[in-house]
Design a protein around this ligand. Structure first.
Ligand code: NAP
Length: 238
């Protein structure tokens, strides 16, 4: 069972919404920070903070307001693989530095900004768990296929951010645990263009993925802090 208060950042994400739903079904307090206004399907009991343009100045007030609900678990769900700007690159010849900059912004800089603003809370809250949604393809040692430059690079950097932060946090709060986690291939807008040739059973519903993420959260040990975890809680080498 999830802790009794959870904060979901990037909370309009299909996986984030499914996590929110499951947590509120167990009676947990749910707070959401999203660039988007409250989604129509959002439970009216959720505390929803719209952070339309995340910047140090804008986001601080939303973080402060959300932390009033004293979350024991924080998920960061931000991540973009494709959008109207472009699809993932098959070759470096397709690399567009403006799109690369956008992917670094949504997949690395925005999570880094929130983690910076959460630092004091993370270092002063006993047993806090922070799970940052990353991707297995951000593992350098696991990369056997190549391609998808911007997404891979931004997620690899995100994994380093989590590792680095875990070291700094441990010096101040040895009960805190912060991990990057690969949610597994999930049926959301992010994966829709890539669902055709998946092996049977790989594609999960957002609800199944949320159940898996919350299961990992329940079993999370401080000794895993800094790791990149797979959806089943096993470690993926960086
Ligand atoms: N679906 C999969 O198969 C899969 C596989 C591996 C990893 N993941 C990772 O899981 C996480 C959630 O993905 P999802 O499948 O639920 O995707 P999704 O429904 O497309 O959600 C997109 C997420 O990205 C955020 N976002 C969109 N544009 C942004 C921007 N310009 N700047 C900052 N944030 C932006 C949204 O935050 P707002 O609430 O602020 O709009 C939302 O949290 C992502 O980190 C993704 O990389 C997904």
């Amino acid at each position: 069972m999830a802790g009794n208060s959870i904060l979901i950042i990037g909370g309009s994400s299909a996986i984030g919404q499914a996590i929110a739903k499951q947590c509120s079904a167990t009676g947990a307090t749910v707070s959401v920070i999203s660039r988007r206004p409250r989604l129509q399907q959002a439970n009216p009991e959720w505390h929803w903070f719209q952070d339309e343009t995340p910047t140090e100045k804008n986001s601080e007030q939303h973080i402060r307001a959300a932390l009033k609900y004293k979350p024991s678990t924080i998920f960061i769900c931000n991540g973009v693989l494709h959008d109207s700007l472009g699809m993932p690159e098959k070759t470096i010849r397709q690399l567009d530095t403006a799109i690369l900059a956008q992917r670094l912004e949504s997949n690395l800089i925005v999570p880094a900004l929130y983690l910076k603003l959460l630092f004091r809370y993370i270092t002063t809250t006993k047993n806090i768990k922070v799970l940052v949604l990353s991707a297995k393809i951000g593992s350098i040692s696991d990369n056997g296929l190549g391609g998808w430059y911007s997404y891979r690079m931004s997620k690899a950097a995100l994994n380093m951010l989590v590792k680095n932060l875990s070291i700094e946090v441990a010096r101040l709060n040895n009960s805190a645990c912060i991990v990057a986690i690969h949610p597994g291939t999930t049926d959301t807008p992010l994966s829709i263009p890539f669902q055709k040739n998946l092996p049977d059973g790989q594609l999960q519903t957002a609800s199944n993925t949320a159940t898996r993420m919350l299961m990992v959260r329940e079993q999370l040990l401080v000794s895993k802090s800094g790791a990149l975890l797979n959806w089943d809680g096993s470690i993926i080498e960086h």
